[in-house]
Design a protein around this ligand. Structure first.
Ligand code: HEM
Length: 402
């Protein structure tokens, strides 16, 4: 993943049990005390900040995406109380502490880079009497011709993204978030995902997806001068978007991969589908993984090195009037589908300051038939407004709900 490491507080674990595990020398392995947490367990991401966690945080190895609908009769007051509870829980768990009445699922583990991120869907605003404050950025995404979207697994009043570098820590947070919902909201859909584990490769490397491709190379970098403008709503946002200052819009798509078909392609054909080499992610126009694509380069046969319909060509910002997004996906695998093929693919999550200058124009182009389209199917869709991060003493969404 190319997402930056903003907001990481490495090793600054908070909970009493954890603090003792990472501090005193007598806790070193073999010294009789409990062994020190590895850096994976001890890594803590800050809950409070300008932006919510889980956007520029490096990809975690486990993820849960959950959408909730407000319960019948629950309105703005109940929603505000829920976001207050959820924020308190997220802050506690992200610091490696146990909430009261804890289930014990994550006992002995550190925060493991846990992040919990909250968003509001289009339908939230009517149910809470806040329609006047719904930004146009939450207008429904256009229908794409290749969509096979299941409405029951799409959209929702509220959305929570959980990520952690440990499966139990992630599940622990998921249970806490579900319990907090209480009578105020019900789970509408839930999806579970994963990425490669920290330490699985000899050095940090860009992730691979279930097609085996290096995926995430050309993501915007936090160090790019236009990163903030592309990914986050401006701090001085006004009008119906004022409460979204420093926030970001998430487009969530469950994209099934037709793996039997994909795996039947020769390596050469697979590489032409994306326009990059499979082994190291280098563009077919030459160089190494990070070499910019040369979209005009032709081979000795006079043909474009990166084919006309290659996914990386069609999705490149220079082909889409500068439209860019931060892709931050998880892979998923839910066994074998009714059709006998793997129910596996990508929980595609992308972040942008405005979906009409990010996901929408790019997906419009891809939908006309890039080379990858024959091997994937978009099965669900969601669009959520994730407000800016909570300041100390504040809860996420307070500027909308108070
Ligand atoms: C690039 C895979 C869906 C937008 C890439 C790359 C791969 C890839 C391997 C090249 C490496 C990189 O720069 O990350 C996939 C797979 C998908 C999928 C397997 C579905 C299962 C999408 C969708 C969108 C999208 C739905 C947006 C509508 C992009 C963008 C780039 C990219 C913007 C970077 C292009 C550039 O600037 O060079 N994708 N992708 N992808 N993809 Fe996808």
């Amino acid at each position: 993943g190319a997402a930056g490491a903003a907001g990481l507080v490495i090793g600054a674990a908070g909970g009493a049990g954890i603090a003792s595990a990472v501090s005193g020398d007598d806790s070193a392995p073999g010294a009789g005390g409990s062994p020190a947490l590895t850096s994976v367990g001890a890594t803590e991401v800050a809950f409070h900040g300008r932006h919510q966690p889980g956007i520029t945080t490096p990809l975690q190895s486990r993820g849960h995406l959950v959408a909730f609908d407000l319960a019948p009769g629950a309105g703005r007051k109940e929603a505000a109380a829920l976001l207050r509870r959820w924020s308190a829980t997220a802050r506690t768990l992200m610091a490696g502490e146990a909430p009261s009445g804890d289930t014990g699922i994550a006992r002995d583990a550190g925060p493991s880079s846990l992040t919990v991120t909250f968003g509001f869907g289009r339908t939230f605003f009517d149910r809470t009497g806040l329609t006047a404050r719904r930004p146009t950025q939450l207008d429904p995404l256009p229908a794409f011709s290749s969509d096979a979207v299941d409405p029951k697994r799409s959209e929702g009043d509220l959305w929570v993204q959980i990520g952690a570098d440990d499966a139990l820590v992630a599940f622990h947070a998921l249970r806490a978030v579900q319990k907090d919902a209480g009578d105020a909201a019900r789970v509408r859909w839930q999806m579970n995902g994963f990425n490669r584990s920290a330490g699985a490769t000899p050095r940090p490397m860009t992730a691979r997806n279930l097609m085996g491709q290096v995926d995430g190379t050309n993501n915007p970098k936090t160090t790019d001068p236009d990163f903030d403008r592309r990914i986050f709503v401006p701090a001085d946002a006004t009008g119906a978007q004022d409460w979204m200052a420093d926030g970001s819009y998430a487009v969530v798509r469950r994209i099934r991969m037709l793996l039997d078909d994909w795996e039947g392609l020769s390596l050469e054909k697979q590489e032409r589908v994306i326009g990059r080499r499979k082994a190291d992610g280098a563009p077919l126009s030459g160089g190494s993984e990070t070499t910019p694509l040369d979209l005009d380069k032709r081979g000795p046969d006079g043909k474009l090195a990166i084919p006309d319909n290659a996914h990386a060509r069609i999705s490149a910002p220079e082909q889409n009037g500068g439209a860019a997004m931060l892709r931050r996906p998880f892979s998923f695998h839910d066994g074998i589908g009714a059709d006998g093929t793997p129910d596996a693919g990508l929980l595609f999550v992308c972040w942008q300051a405005d979906p009409l200058r990010g996901f929408v124009p790019v997906q419009r182009k891809l939908d006309r038939g890039d080379a990858l389209s024959a091997f994937i199917r978009h099965e669900s869709s969601g669009l959520f407004a994730a407000p800016g991060g909570a300041a100390e003493g504040e809860y996420v969404g307070q500027r909308l709900l108070e």
